[in-house]
Design a protein. Structure first.
Length: 262
């Protein structure tokens, strides 16, 4: 029994699909734009003069047949159909446990296809977690039990409030002949205190880092589980469907079948 591992099939499936798609498109263009390859035409001239020879003026020969082209394409299409089918068959039995690095089994017997989708979902979730806003460590936030879980209060900030007041400053004292020269200067004068209180429902940078670490551990565990699931072996010889399907579709091209149904 010929067996191939699932990860080996996954590695070649895209190549088979690309090859099948390219050759199918080429043949479709041939059928559409090069119909002359499937036709034979002879143009002859027969003079009315007695004894004159008939002359062939032009001739085009058949280069190939539809049947031959389909026979050439079928094995290529069959490989792509077989690979996809074999992968689907393997995915029905390929399973693995999701086990963390510290040995905790989070999920059991998860199908390979589910593990693949889970990887994508965890990547999306990571982007969300990265965007979570965090507390500014410089503000000294501490949990506020009075407001409840998830609330933090920053250290109080006290500031002096001032206002500018005019203060005349004598630059040149007065004399008998001249008055004093006074310059208008302003100075900040304290008029009271301002107390700033701030609360936040963000999380600490340390908490965010812990969440990301948990998610990354899970992501690694899922990737390893999928790798183990992809070790599932598939009976590739017994899982071929492509040629049988193509034989059914193109059965009318078979000469014996065509004659039997004529």
């Amino acid at each position: 029994m010929a067996e191939t591992k699932l990860h080996e099939l996954l590695a070649v499936e895209k190549n088979y699909e690309n090859q099948a798609g390219k050759t199918r498109s080429e043949l479709q263009r041939t059928f559409t734009d090069k119909k002359h390859l499937f036709a034979m035409k002879i143009v002859t001239f027969k003079p009315n003069t007695e004894g004159s020879k008939t002359e062939t003026e032009s001739q085009s020969d058949i280069q190939t047949t539809v049947k031959k082209e389909i026979e050439w394409l079928s094995p290529i299409l069959a490989k792509a159909l077989d690979a996809s089918h074999q992968i689907d068959v393997a995915n029905t039995i390929a399973k693995a446990d999701v086990v963390t690095e510290d040995g905790e089994t989070l999920l059991s017997n998860v199908p390979a296809t589910s593990l693949l989708r889970l990887e994508h979902r965890l990547d999306e979730l990571r982007n969300l977690i990265v965007s979570i806003p965090t507390l500014d460590p410089a503000k000294g936030f501490l949990p506020d039990d009075q407001k409840g879980p998830g609330y933090y209060k920053a250290a109080e900030v006290n500031k002096h409030r001032t206002k500018k007041e005019f203060k005349p400053v004598v630059i040149v004292p007065p004399t008998v002949q001249h008055p004093a020269q006074v310059e208008k200067l302003y100075e900040d004068v304290s008029i009271g205190n301002v107390q700033e209180q701030e609360w936040s429902s963000m999380i600490t940078p340390a908490k965010k880092a812990q969440i990301l670490d948990q998610l990354d551990k899970l992501s690694r565990a899922v990737k390893k589980a999928r790798a183990r699931a992809n070790e599932q072996e598939v009976d590739v010889k017994g899982s071929k469907i492509g040629q049988a399907l193509l034989d059914y579709i193109f059965k009318p091209l078979n000469e014996k079948a065509a004659a039997a149904t004529a």
